[in-house]
Design a protein around this ligand. Structure first.
Ligand code: BG6
Length: 529
C-alpha cells in the first residue's frame, strides 16, 4: 500500500470514528478567474449611498486584494453630494474598514484608483461633463473607453439616469468610443409588469440587451450556483427530482434584521416586491428547471423561462388559501428588545406594508404537476436562514409495520444557503441494539470542506461577471416580465381589496412569523432527532 493510499485510509477512518463525511481527497480545482479581463472604469452612480459603502466598495477592494481586478482599473464615484476625490476616498476607507477581515494594508494602493464627480441626476449637461471627465481619465490611465455604469440609486432614478447616460453618448460602443459600455441595474426592476416593460423600453433606447445587466445577488451566491452543479453534475438526483418522489419543496429566506434605515424604499416595496419578484423566483427556477443542453448564459436562462411560464396563475379569488401576509410587531431578538415595523423611523404608523409572506405555488408541467412549492420570506424572524428543502414522499409500503408501530419519516434533502453552506440528507437507519427500531440520521456536506482557495462574496462574483461580459447570473427581460405577470395580479388584489388590513397578520418580532403560518411551518419543520 502506497503512503498516499495509507494516508487516505487513515483520514477516512478518523472521519468515520468522528461521524463525519469525507470527500475522497481529490484536490478541488481552484476556480479562479480564467480569462484576463479588459481594462475598464466602473462608474458608480449613487456613490454616497448605502449600497456603495456596504457592498460594492468592499467587494471591489477584496477583488483588488486577491488580484481579481483588471489592470488598469478605475472607480469613479458619482452622486449629488459635493465631494473632493480625497473626501470620497476617506469615506470609502471608513466603509471598507468596517470589514475587519480585509487586508487594510493594501488600501493606499487601491485608493489611487478612486475618483469622484458630483452630478445632477436630471441634468444633461452634468452627464456630458461626466463624459468629458471619463474621456480624460481614459487617456491618462489607458482604460480603453471600457465602462460599467452601476446604478446604485433609488429605483425611481433608473429611468432618468440611464436616459441621460445614453444622451451623453456614454452608451455607445465601438470604434468612436473605443470600448464597451455596460449598465448594471439593481432590483426591483419596475414595480409591476407595466412599469418593468416601460423601464426596459427606456433603457433600450440607448443600450442593447448585451449591455444590460439586471442584478440579482442571490444568483451569485456560491451555494445557489451550486444547485445546478448538484443537480446536473450528478446522475443520481435527477431521476427522483419530480412529482413521483417529491412531496413538496420549501424555499425559505428568513431574516432577523428589520427594515433598518431603508423605510423610504421598503414602504414602497414590501416583501413581495423586495424578495419574491427576484430572489425567491430565482431560487424556485434553479430548483425546478430542466437541464439545459449546455451551461451557457442563454440556454440556462431559457430553461428558467420555461419554469416561469409554467407558474400556475395565482387564484386571487382564494388568496387566503395560498398566501399569508404578515407584519412584524415589537419583539425580542437575542435578548434585545426590537421595535415593531410601524415604530421604525420613517414608517407610517398605520402602514399596511407586509414584511412577511408565505406563498403556496404550483408549476403546471409534467415534472411538477401537483407538487406544492412553499415560498417564505420575512424580516424580524427568529433567525437568518436561507434554504431549499426537498421533502421526499414516504416509502410506498412499510414492510416494518409488524415490528414498528412508529411512522417512518420520509427523506429530506436540504440545500442550505445560510448560515452554513451545506447539503444535508436525512434518512432512516436501524438503531443499534437488539430491538428493531428506526433512527433518523443526517449526512452532511459542508460546502467549504476540503477547500482552501479564496471564497467569493456574491457582489464580487456579480462584478467580475459584469467586467467579463457574462450574463449567466443576471436576469433577462423575458424572465422579469413573466415573474411580474405572475405577481402583479396578486399585488393588485392585496393592495386594493377591502379587507387589506385583515389580510395582514401581525407577528411578534423574533418569532417564526404569524400564527397561521406558524402551524404549517411547525408541521413541516419537525426535524429528525
Ligand atoms: C436584498 C433585499 O435584495 O436582499 C433586502 O432588498 C434583504 O431587504 C437582502 O435584506 C437579503 O440578502 P442576503 O444576501 O442577506 O440574504
Amino acid at each position: 500500500m502506497g503512503p498516499e493510499k495509507q494516508a487516505l485510509d487513515t483520514r477516512v477512518e478518523t472521519a468515520l470514528t468522528e461521524g463525519r463525511t469525507i470527500d475522497l481527497g481529490i484536490p478541488a480545482k481552484q476556480c479562479l478567474m480564467e480569462n484576463k479581463m479588459d481594462p475598464c472604469a466602473i462608474v458608480i452612480v449613487g456613490a454616497s449611498g448605502d449600497l456603495t459603502g456596504r457592498k460594492i466598495l468592499p467587494a471591489l477592494f477584496n477583488l483588488f486584494i486577491n488580484g481579481g481586478l483588471p489592470d488598469p482599473f478605475l472607480i469613479v464615484g458619482c452622486s449629488r453630494t459635493q465631494m473632493s476625490d480625497q473626501a470620497f476616498r476617506d469615506k470609502m476607507k471608513d466603509a471598507v474598514m468596517q470589514f475587519q477581515d480585509l487586508d487594510n494594508s493594501k488600501w493606499p494602493e487601491f485608493a489611487r484608483c478612486l475618483y469622484y464627480r458630483s452630478i445632477d441626476y436630471h441634468n444633461l449637461e452634468s452627464f456630458t461633463e461626466l463624459a468629458e471627465f471619463l474621456r480624460d481619465l481614459d487617456e491618462r490611465f489607458k482604460t480603453n473607453g471600457n465602462r460599467i455604469f452601476y446604478l446604485a440609486i433609488p429605483p425611481t432614478l433608473y429611468r432618468p439616469v440611464s436616459e441621460l447616460i445614453g444622451r451623453a453618448g456614454l452608451a455607445e460602443e465601438g470604434e468612436q468610443n473605443n470600448g464597451w459600455s455596460r449598465i448594471v441595474v439593481e432590483k426591483p426592476f419596475g414595480r409591476d409588469l407595466e412599469t418593468a416593460i416601460d423601464l426596459d423600453r427606456s433603457i433600450h433606447e440607448h443600450f442593447q440587451e448585451h449591455q444590460i445587466f439586471r442584478i440579482d445577488h442571490y444568483l451569485a451566491k456560491e451555494t445557489v450556483q451550486n444547485v445546478l452543479m448538484f443537480r446536473f453534475a450528478n446522475s443520481i438526483f435527477e431521476p427522483i427530482w419530480n412529482r413521483r418522489y417529491i412531496e413538496y419543496v420549501r424555499i425559505t429566506a428568513a431574516e432577523s434584521i428589520g427594515v433598518e434605515h431603508r423605510a423610504g424604499y421598503y414602504e414602497q416595496t414590501g416583501v413581495l416586491r423586495d424578495m419574491f419578484q427576484n430572489h425567491m423566483m430565482q431560487l424556485l427556477a434553479m430548483t425546478a428547471m430542466d437541464p439545459p443542453s449546455l451551461f451557457e448564459a442563454d440556454q440556462v436562462r431559457d430553461e428558467k423561462i420555461r419554469v416561469f411560464r409554467s407558474l400556475r396563475p395565482f387564484p386571487v379569488d382564494k388568496l387566503n388559501d395560498y398566501l399569508i401576509l404578515g407584519q412584524y410587531g415589537p419583539g425580542e431578538i437575542n435578548g434585545e428588545k426590537v421595535p415593531g415595523y410601524r415604530e421604525e423611523p420613517e414608517v407610517s404608523s398605520d402602514s399596511l406594508i407586509p414584511t412577511f409572506a408565505m406563498m403556496k405555488i404550483f408549476l403546471d408541467n409534467w415534472r411538477w404537476q401537483g407538487v406544492p412549492f412553499f415560498l417564505t420570506s420575512g424580516k424580524r424572524l427568529a433567525e437568518k436562514l436561507t434554504e431549499i428543502v426537498i421533502q421526499f414522499k414516504e416509502v410506498p409500503h412499510s414492510m416494518f409495520r409488524q415490528t414498528l408501530d412508529e411512522h417512518i419519516t420520509a427523506n429530506r434533502l436540504i440545500l442550505r444557503i445560510y448560515p452554513d453552506e451545506k447539503i444535508i440528507l436525512t434518512f432512516q437507519t436501524k438503531n443499534p441494539g437488539a430491538k428493531v427500531c428506526l433512527r433518523s440520521v443526517t449526512m452532511n456536506f459542508n460546502y467549504l470542506q476540503n477547500y482552501t482557495g479564496p471564497v467569493m462574496e456574491a457582489y464580487e462574483k456579480v462584478l467580475i461577471d459584469c467586467m467579463s461580459g457574462d450574463q449567466m447570473l443576471f436576469w433577462r427581460q423575458d424572465g422579469v416580465e413573466l415573474c411580474w405577470s405572475f405577481l402583479t395580479p396578486i399585488l393588485v388584489e392585496c393592495e386594493t381589496c377591502g379587507d387589506r388590513a385583515e389580510m395582514l397578520y401581525p407577528y411578534t418580532g423574533g418569532t417564526w412569523g404569524p400564527e397561521p403560518f406558524h402551524k404549517l411551518w411547525q408541521s413541516q419543520m419537525t426535524e429528525p432527532g
